[in-house]
Design a protein around this ligand. Structure first.
Ligand code: ATP
Length: 404
């Protein structure tokens, strides 16, 4: 099978991404769209000095293929950025064959934030750890929004830890392109002179809100059936009407089918922060229907004393997106909150020491993998697709896949 390496501009370890030469080191994860492997190029990197993550998507599913193409497009935009954000991934290379579409990303050896949280005492993070991760996530979202991209899939499983302990957002297949907000306040840069008259700011806000609501009325507001409707809409205008996301993280406006914009990410940030603090999400019900009901009508419950952190969560979890923190002035509004007092936003990667640094597993990997013991990526993927996998006691000792 012939593979067609793409002409992506910023290629490093995987410059010549050739699926036939890639050997699997480890299965990293399997999602709705793709399978992610840790791989190395058996020819240019036989000593496994530069392993990388490879997301492989089977082209036989039209919707997966569409999502994959979209994700690559977003990743390419992020990589071509002249001022890339340290908390967003870089596309190393991509490749397409008649059966697969695949792309390479830097390997995040620290796993995801969900696993890390579950490893903590009581399954929660301390306030200072939350501050560290939130600051980096806010910066990443800020960068995406400034590029006109709403992420729409913020959840702990999509926040990976780099080898350095800093975060990287992953999984962009649900993101969408929106026109940059027309609310002038959103980009404080567009209005560098603070208005000396707060009253005029107020009337300005009211005017913008009126325009927003008029647009909202004009949007064809298909009421979605939250249980069954899952429509993809990748690019659109200032707002999107598609029903995407993960149940417990979905915002009220998405459930209502009202159309939504960047504020959905600030809602999800509120849910994420709550989960980091309490070890559970605020609106989880016994089933999807109850969860959605809770999202629409229930107020989050805060145990313990009110604090800057609970105040931040409360402001993010406001049901009306136009009253939600971040709606008017984007990330700038959130960064100014008392919870982030003292954070030096421009120096996050230098000043703050990450609370957890992943253990190096390179030795382990190089020790395990040789030319004979590494499996071809396609061979391994085919094997993964063949259900059912034998139970451990049924595996013969020679079964090469037993270790995965
Ligand atoms: N660069 C990476 N380094 C390490 N692990 C990764 C990397 N990228 C993805 N993974 C792992 O693979 C899993 C699946 O990846 P991803 O979320 O991109 O796939 P997906 O099919 O789009 O999933 P979803 O069902 O959430 O849409 C992640 O949750 C993570 O555990």
């Amino acid at each position: 099978m012939e593979t067609r390496p793409s002409s992506s501009s910023s290629l490093s370890p995987a410059t010549n991404l050739n699926l036939d030469r890639l050997k699997v080191l480890k299965l990293l994860g399997k999602g709705a769209t793709g399978t992610v492997f840790l791989v190395h190029d058996s020819v240019s990197d036989s000593s496994v000095s530069s392993p990388f993550a490879l997301k492989l998507v089977d082209k036989s599913s039209a919707s997966s293929l569409r999502r994959a193409r979209w994700e690559i497009q977003i990743l390419r935009r992020l990589s071509d950025d002249t001022n890339p954000n340290p908390f967003l991934p870089k596309l190393l290379a991509s490749s397409e064959s008649s059966e697969f579409i695949a792309w390479a990303l830097p390997y995040c050896s620290g796993g995801d934030l969900n696993v890390l949280r579950q490893r903590q005492n009581d399954g929660v993070f301390s306030s200072s750890v939350i501050k560290f991760y939130l600051a980096e996530i806010v910066c990443a979202l800020d960068h995406l929004h400034t590029m006109g991209i709403a992420y729409r899939d913020l959840k702990p499983e999509n926040i990976l830890l780099q080898e350095s302990g800093h975060v990287t957002l992953t999984d962009f297949d649900l993101s969408c392109s929106l026109n940059k907000p027309t609310r002038p306040e959103f980009y404080h840069l567009s209005d560098p002179e603070p208005d000396p008259n707060p009253e005029s700011n107020l009337s300005h806000n009211k005017k913008s809100l009126r325009i927003f609501r008029q647009k909202k009325k004009k949007t064809k507001s298909a009421r979605v059936n939250p249980i069954t409707r899952r429509r993809l809409s990748f690019s659109g205008g200032e707002r999107s009407n598609s029903f995407v996301g993960t149940d417990e993280y979905i915002s009220p406006e998405v459930i209502r089918g009202d159309g939504h914009d960047f504020a959905v990410d600030w809602w999800a940030l509120g849910v994420l922060t709550y989960e980091m603090m309490y070890g559970e999400t605020p609106f989880k019900g016994r089933n999807k229907k109850e969860t959605f009901r809770n999202v629409l009508v229930k107020e989050p419950e805060f145990a313990g004393k009110p604090s800057d952190l609970t105040d931040l969560i409360r402001r993010l979890l406001v049901k009306d997106p136009t009253k939600r923190f971040g709606f008017w002035r984007g990330a700038a509004e959130i960064k100014e909150h008392a919870f982030f007092k003292g954070v030096r936003w421009e120096l996050l990667t230098e000043v703050l020491r990450p609370p957890f640094i992943p253990l190096r597993d390179d030795g382990d990997l190089t020790g395990k993998v040789t030319e004979e013991s590494g499996f071809g990526i396609k061979e391994y993927f085919e094997k993964l697709k063949t259900p059912p996998l034998p139970l451990p006691h049924e595996c013969s000792e020679n079964n090469p896949f037993v270790d995965f």
